[in-house]
Design a binder for this molecule. Sequence first.
Ligand SMILES: Nc1ncnc2c1ncn2[C@@H]1O[C@H](COP(=O)(O)OP(=O)(O)O)[C@@H](O)[C@H]1O
Ligand SMILES: [Mg+2]
Length: 237
Amino acid sequence: MADEPIITLRGVTKTYGEGATAFQALKGVDLDIAEGDFVAVMGPSGSGKSTTMNMLGCLDVPTNGSFLFKGVEVGHLDRDQRALLRRKYLGFVFQGFNLLSRTTALENVELPLVYRGEDKKTRHDLGMAALDKVGLADWWDHTPAELSGGQQQRVAIARAIVTSPAVLLADEPTGNLDSERSVEIMQLLSGLNRDSNITVLMVTHEPDMAAFARTLVHFKDGLVERIETNKKVPEPV
Ligand SMILES: Nc1ncnc2c1ncn2[C@@H]1O[C@H](COP(=O)(O)OP(=O)(O)O)[C@@H](O)[C@H]1O
Ligand SMILES: [Mg+2]
């Protein structure tokens, strides 16, 4: 791990709405994320986990405070600049998989490369390599309806890593999966974290899933309540 954190938040606030209906979802968050770490973000519903993830994913901006990414202030970038940052450095995995339904696994995985303007052969080669990393190379021509939930989430992970992002953001990635499939997804994320040195940030409310992470960040009422280091991280398989 590098000495300088890949992500630093200082005094970050987020207020939704204005005037009488304004609601402060984040009340001054300080957080350092080390490069290469595997972080589980935990806390009760409404404590600000998704708000923080959306900000770290450059999908939304802080109201106040500082957000450094690789040492550069990015909290006040405009929409286009944030889109570029996402495309270059970030990968996303969602609870609901968010795959295009009439499209093969490979085409889903190739999509971020289309946005990047990669040519057909590059898209195919990188797409197949990403599917191989999640154990689904043989399933490249199947549509989401022909895949199980666990397989769909693997395709979504392949899509998230096909651009070799520095950071993978996952908001409740196992929320729609049974416990066996959830453990498989966590093992996959652990392996990617170790082998590809991707910094993984994952929201989960399940302690069994958080147990795969090295750092546990607990949110409460719009603040980081405490940070734990997990000394018993399982070996990736
Ligand atoms: N777009 C929004 N507009 C207004 N309030 C919001 C919005 N998004 C989230 N909130 C509120 O901010 C608080 C934190 O939400 P969120 O970050 O989604 O929590 P968590 O992911 O921990 O459940 C909640 O009280 C929620 O209702
Ligand atoms: Mg949430």
